[in-house]
Design a protein around this ligand. Sequence first.
Ligand code: GDP
Length: 367
Amino acid sequence: LDEGLRCIGCGALMQVSDPEKAGFLPMSALKKAIDSEELFCKRCFRLRHYNEIQPVELTDADFAKLLHQISDTRALIVYVIDIFDVTGSEISGLPRFVGQDNPILVVANKVDLLPKLLNKNRLKNWLQAELKMQGIKPIDIFLTSAQRPQNLDNLLDTIDYFREGRDVYVVGVTNVGKSTLINQIIKAGTGVQDLITTSRFPGTTLDRIEIPLADGKKLIDTPGIIKRDQMAHVLADKDLKFALPKNEIKPRTYQLNSEQTIFIGGLARFDFELGQRTAVTAYFENNLNLHRTKLLGADDFYDKHAGGLLAPSPHGTTTDLVKHEFSITEDSDIVFAGLGWISIPAGVKVAGWAPKGVSVLIRKAMI
Ligand code: GDP
C-alpha cells in the first residue's frame, strides 16, 4: 500500500481501512488480488462480476474540482435529487460549477414515497420554483422511483433526447438514490456493451464509472457529495432506518388550537404558537409516532419521555432540540431536513425544533 497501489478499474488509490471510501478492498482480498495481478477495488470488482455499483463519497473540495472539470466539457448534466428531501439534495453552486452552457436534466427520485394521488404536473411546477431559488433552470424535470422504476425506458429516451450526442454526467449528493438509479440503468442495458470502469480525473483520487452509450459517448457516474446538515448525522443507524420513510407516506391531519405541540418521535417538535384553530398535515414515516400535547409543559414532557414514549431520540438519549420560529404568510411546509414536513396555512405563528445541526426551514407548500 505504501507504494501507492491503484485500482486497475477506476484508478483510485487502494486502501483497506474505510469501506465507504474509494479504492477499498479488505486486507485479505488485497493480498490475493496482488498475487493474481487482478488489482480491483471492491467497488470495481462488484461492478465487473455482478454489474452492480456501490456509492462512493467525496469531500466538498474534491467535488468542486470534479464539477469544475465538467464545466470544461460539453455534456448533459443529470442532477439526481430526492423528492422527499429537496433541500438536503441541493448541491450549492451547481449551475456555476458545471458551466452555463451545459443543460441540466433534473431527475427527482423516490416519488414512490409521496401520496399516489398527487397531481404530477403541479408537483413539477412546484419543484421548478424550488429549483429556481437554487439558481437552477432545468431543461426538464423527470419524476421517478429508482427502487420501483416503471418509466426507466422513458428516462433513458429523455436522456438520449437531451444529450444531443454529448456525454452524460450523473451528479447528486449521497442518499438521493443515485447508485440505485445507475444500477437500474446498467440492468436495463440500453446501449450498454462492455461495462467498464475507466481512469480517474487527473491529479485527484476521484474515481468514476463510465457506461458506454451506443454512439461511443459515455454516461459517467460521479461520486456523491456528503451533506452534513442531515438527520443521518445525528441518528444511530437503526434509528435512522426506522425514522426514514420506506413506503408511500400516509398524511396525518390534526385540528390544532394555538398553543398546541406535536412531537415527531423524540426527533423533532412542532409548536402551533398563535393563530385560529386550523388543520395541519404531517408527512413522516408512517411508523414514526406523532404525539400531540399542550405547548405549556412541552419542555418538561420531552425531558420526561424522550427515548421512551417519544422515540427514537438522537443518540438514544435526551438531547436539547434547537428552536426555529416562523411567521407564515402563505400556505407553507415547515421542513425538518430529511425527516419530513408539516403543511400549515397562512396567517399563523409556529416553531420547529430539531437536533442541533439539522435544519428547519419554511417553503411553499408542496402538496
Ligand atoms: P446514493 O448515495 O445516492 O447512491 O443512494 P443509494 O442508491 O445508495 O440509495 C440511498 C437510499 O435510498 C437507500 O436506502 C435506497 O434503498 C433508497 N432509495 C433509492 N432509490 C429509492 C426510491 O426510488 N424510493 C425509495 N423509497 N427509496 C430509494
